[in-house]
Design a protein around this ligand. Structure first.
Ligand SMILES: Cc1cc2nc3c(=O)[nH]c(=O)nc-3n(C[C@H](O)[C@H](O)[C@H](O)COP(=O)(O)OP(=O)(O)OC[C@H]3O[C@@H](n4cnc5c(N)ncnc54)[C@H](O)[C@@H]3O)c2cc1C
Length: 294
């Protein structure tokens, strides 16, 4: 990331148009600041925040592309986030199993299916990016040792069978092998390490991060905040925000504390908030998947 001016907190909240929810949202927000005169406690070549699919895959790719010092920082006591607790269902077009079963599929067909089931409002370029790289991502998990059932499933919204599922029927069947692969490649993995904000240079570029060590989720914080200089970049992979009731209510007031949530407890959105403050624009934030359970 390298972006624009650091917005004032109040200006940012007003800009988002959530002024009414701001007082409630504010306590969950971390704060970025200028790095002028700051003392760096540590230097890391590539800093990755979050240890779900996105963070783990980014670390493996960075290593493959020749980075020497790649480090993942995860705030929880365990690794994997929502990715570890998900259903382990992996949709991809033009896979070996489809070929074996004689199923005709294509990137364009998967994009068309998703546009139709998303009622035409999904971001087509993002869908095409996902569909074009899905097989590559699936291969990354296979190379890391993920095991899948020997059959495909045709889930709602898909016009053909294109979904693999891990033999353990949850995402840990992917995150655990990816985490092991990261460590084999020499990626350093830190837990109880919470991103608290960016440290930004005079041109608005991200120079590093503030990171709380020994973080204990949901408790008083004994840990110390250190300043980490990111020599080549910071990759944000902090996932979603559905466990932050105030933040999700700012998007959809019906999703109050009475509404249950399947997300991992750490899905509280503070990393996302800091990215917005640097100028990142979210897509479809208010489209929070909900369903009735009886
Ligand atoms: C119950 C459930 C079932 C699902 N089933 C499927 C499925 O079968 N197939 C499918 O394709 N999708 C499924 N999904 C969606 C899918 O799991 C997510 O899209 C995916 O896991 C997101 O990956 P991620 O790496 O972006 O985020 P995550 O996996 O959530 O990882 C983000 C990580 O960042 C950490 N983090 C957050 N803030 C900070 C911070 N400040 N400092 C340090 N670390 C931080 C979090 O603790 C977390 O570990 C499901 C989701 C849920 C909740």
């Amino acid at each position: 990331m390298n972006k624009v001016d650091l917005l004032g907190r109040r200006k940012f909240i007003t800009g988002l148009g959530v002024a009414a929810g701001a007082a409630m949202v504010a306590p969950a927000m971390a704060i970025s600041e200028k790095a002028d005169g700051i003392k760096w406690d540590k230097e890391v070549e590539i800093v990755i925040i979050g240890s779900g699919f996105a963070g783990l895959a980014a670390a493996i790719e960075a290593k493959k592309l020749g980075a020497k010092d790649v480090q993942i920082f995860e705030k929880m006591s365990y690794f994997g986030g929502n990715s570890a607790i998900n259903g382990g269902l992996f949709a991809a077009p033009v896979t070996p199993m489809q070929k074996k079963e004689g199923i005709e599929d294509s990137v364009e067909r998967m994009v068309a299916d998703q546009l139709a089931s998303g009622r035409g409002i999904a971001d087509e370029a993002l869908l095409r990016h996902v569909a074009s790289h899905a097989m590559e991502a699936l291969q990354m998990t296979l190379d890391a040792g993920s095991e899948y059932h020997p059959y495909l499933q045709q889930l709602g919204g898909h016009s053909v069978a294109r979904t693999y599922q891990t033999t353990v029927s949850c995402g840990a069947g992917i995150t655990q092998p990816l985490l092991k692969k990261c460590r084999e490649l020499g990626v350093k993995t830190h837990n109880r390490a919470k991103f608290e904000g960016f440290l930004v240079g005079n041109k608005g570029e991200v120079l590093g991060i503030k990171m709380r060590e020994n973080y204990h989720f949901g408790e008083d914080q004994p840990g110390k905040v250190i300043n980490i200089r990111a020599l080549r970049g910071v990759i944000m992979a902090t996932g979603g925000f559905a466990q932050n009731v105030n933040l999700r209510m700012a998007q959809d007031p019906t999703l109050d504390a009475e509404v249950g949530c399947t997300n991992a407890p750490g899905a509280t959105g503070e990393g996302m908030f800091e990215m917005f403050r640097l100028g990142a624009i979210p897509v479809h934030l208010a489209h929070i998947q909900s369903r009735l359970t009886v």
